[in-house]
Write a protein that binds this ligand. Sequence first.
Ligand SMILES: [Zn+2]
Length: 414
Amino acid sequence: MPLNPQRTIDELKELRALTSDEQGAQRVAWTDTWLKAREWFASKLTGLPVEHHYDAAGNNWVTLPGASDKSLLIGGHLDSVPNGGWLDGSLNVLAALEVLRRFNEEFRGKPPVTIRVVDWADEEGARFGRSLLGSSAFAGTHSIAADRVRTDRDGIKLEDALRRCGVDIDRFPEAAAERKNAAAYLELHIEQGPVLERLNLPLGAVLGTKGVERHLITFHGQEAHSGSTPMQDRRDALAAAAKLALEIRNIARKHPDAVCTMGSVKTFPGIVTAVVGRCEATLDQRDLDPQVLAQMFREAQEASRRFAEEEKCTVEWSRIWNIEPIAFHPMLLDLCEQSIREVSGTSHRMPSGPLHDAAEVSRAGIPTVMLFVQSLRGISHNKIEDTREDHLALCVQALDRLASKTAAWILHNS
Ligand SMILES: [Zn+2]
């Protein structure tokens, strides 16, 4: 049998049985369960004419050499969040392996281009708060100084946790060597949102990953006694933050795919008998269009100053983190849509709100595209994460077709 999507579904269930408990998947990067998942994956390579190694950042590479050195990369991540789902990341890796097997069978061990499956190390950043760790080392966008000092909840340092798994953070830059001959990168992923389910579509072609502006906004007012301070004399920092929390929804709603979130609000002194003197709020804004993102950022700043003034407060902003929007390759996006249409009869283009390893690969200048499959109830990072099995089979088929078309495109371009 050339391509066997049922095998992917069976293997996903096997992995779930091996690495989950009652709370969900426990394949957190740099833990024993994660190592067990990788060992299990390696056992699936027996009998295939592939080269298998871990790079300097702990990324897991499986290479089926082709007639051309030009390589088609297909990737995902076996790591999960704690109490995670069975599909996030693993579907990508196991579907990629199935596509590699099909190339191997169809071309009797020598496909026209080299096929490489990659299982990125620590996509989730669940333990050390640093997502896309392995893929950023590959892309050369990683900072050793910034990451070395990170600690987990138990105070264990990132560099020590990595060393335990045989990875030396000082050698991270060597992972960039894997970029040699990389001609294209494909990543299948569950959508992790409700859009495809609402449209009643199994699959979507991903336009790119949204840019993110992440800020800490601090309103300064005046701490005062809650009993003795008349309403008109208050400088209530929470009141200004509360107005902004509602306004960012209006700012986002002007654009079809934009999202703005105030995810955390802290009040000081934070007691029941005091007017809030200081309020710290976080803002996360995302869109695929850099101009929309810039406009939303400007509007949020203006609104914060207006509300601060209305409440006789002051406001200051400091950037926590940001990343520019990353648009995927237009030609690969066309091939992705064609593939989806061939297996499901219809297609849809959509941006990705979450970041993925594909964003780092694309930043490294490698033509990239992603394919989404519907998530039931739009839920992910949760043990109830699920996708219909017929949709899982369809997405393996679509990835396979996309891989064939991309391989032809690579040959045509070289
Ligand atoms: Zn993922």
